[in-house]
Design a binder for this molecule. Structure first.
Ligand code: MD6
Ligand code: FE
Length: 202
């Protein structure tokens, strides 16, 4: 039997309707003209990530050989990140159950074959604020574990418009993306899946 969801974890399938998630993809397309996708690297080894990233908001998450960090500027253009779109702030206010606004929204683009190993989001000083994640484009297989790497995991598919909240006791749960179901959506130009994750950082 599937593991139950940890307390504080919320899976909101189809939270955004088609018009809303299409419009978010348009917003991402506009933004990456000035804040282009870049390929982050694993700390220490410098191995390139299989996803491409960019950010909205005053702070952006950057993966570099020197470590993961939040920066005020894009590593390629040295310009501030584009502002957090109002529709994302609204979504945060509707689902986060948290009084502060998010300071960062990571944009992650998974093309065919991209994946994200089991990990905890732990680069934020605001340790209790939730992470709100939005799926756009191709479906993905999401894996959710517990607070320890060896805890049992459960997997389920995320589709375009689905929202996931890692809140409360689930904030430090392991999670990852095992695979992308390439070609299951035509919404993302050049294909693939875009994941937006909003965080309070400081
Ligand atoms: C997802 N993303 O793509 C989940 N974590 O559905 C993440 O867990 C994530 O995209 C840290 C940094 C970037 C991410
Ligand atoms: Fe994560």
């Amino acid at each position: 039997m599937a593991q139950p969801f940890p307390v504080g974890f919320r899976y909101l399938p189809g939270y955004l309707n088609r018009e809303q998630h299409q419009s978010l993809i348009e917003t991402v397309k506009r933004v990456v003209i000035t804040a282009p996708f870049f390929r982050g690297k694993m700390p220490r080894t410098g191995t390139p990530l299989s996803t491409l990233g960019s950010n909205f908001g005053p702070l952006g998450w950057v993966a570099a050989k020197s470590g993961y960090r939040y920066c005020e500027t894009h590593p390629g253009t040295d310009k501030p990140w584009p502002a957090m779109p109002p529709e994302l702030l609204e979504l945060w206010e509707d689902v986060a159950e948290w009084s502060d606004d998010p300071q960062a929204c990571l944009i992650n683009w998974y093309r065919e074959g991209a994946k994200l190993g089991l990990h905890v989001d732990a680069d934020e000083d605001a340790k209790d604020a939730p992470v709100v994640s939005i799926s756009l484009g191709d479906q993905a297989l999401y894996r959710l574990g517990g607070l320890n790497r060896k805890d049992p995991t459960r997997s389920f598919k995320l589709s375009s418009g689905d929202v996931v909240v890692l809140g409360g006791a689930s904030r430090r749960c392991f999670h990852g993306i095992d695979r992308i179901y390439s070609g299951t959506s035509t919404l993302v130009p050049k294909g693939g899946r875009i994941n937006l994750t909003m965080r309070v950082v400081r």
